[in-house]
Design a protein around this ligand. Structure first.
Ligand code: HEC
Length: 90
């Protein structure tokens, strides 16, 4: 009886930790996404995505800070989006 509880406990932790590792794998794929891709996937969720050229470089920085909070994005992801939007300005 006691042995089967130990075996069940071990099985539980093996399953739980494999699920945890899968979670980490997913977030790594997000980290590989480009700024253009992140912009397309996130900035049109709530309103029409503002396109390249609609703001100047200083304002893109402010929009980035503002929308990082709204869209619940990480700083590195927002930096990539802002770099993409700036890269299309002359
Ligand atoms: C969770 C919903 C949501 C997402 C996702 C979102 N926005 Fe917004 N955005 C808003 C709301 C609400 C407003 C208007 C109210 C405000 O200014 O906070 C807004 C306003 C704006 C404005 C107007 C100027 C400003 O700064 O307020 C710009 C530009 C903008 N968003 C750009 C973006 C970009 C770029 C992204 C992608 C990184 C994005 N938004 C993602 C909700 C969102």
């Amino acid at each position: 009886m006691k042995k089967s509880i130990i075996i069940l406990t071990v099985l539980f932790f093996v399953t739980a930790s494999s699920l945890f590792m899968t979670g980490c794998y997913e977030s790594k794929k997000v980290a590989d996404k480009s700024g253009a891709q992140l912009w397309g996937e996130n900035c049109s969720r709530c309103h029409n995505a503002p396109g390249p050229g609609e703001f100047n470089n200083d304002n893109w920085e402010i929009v980035g800070m503002h929308m990082q909070v709204r869209a619940n994005l990480t700083k590195p992801d927002v930096d990539k989006i802002v770099d993409f939007l700036k890269s299309t300005n002359n």
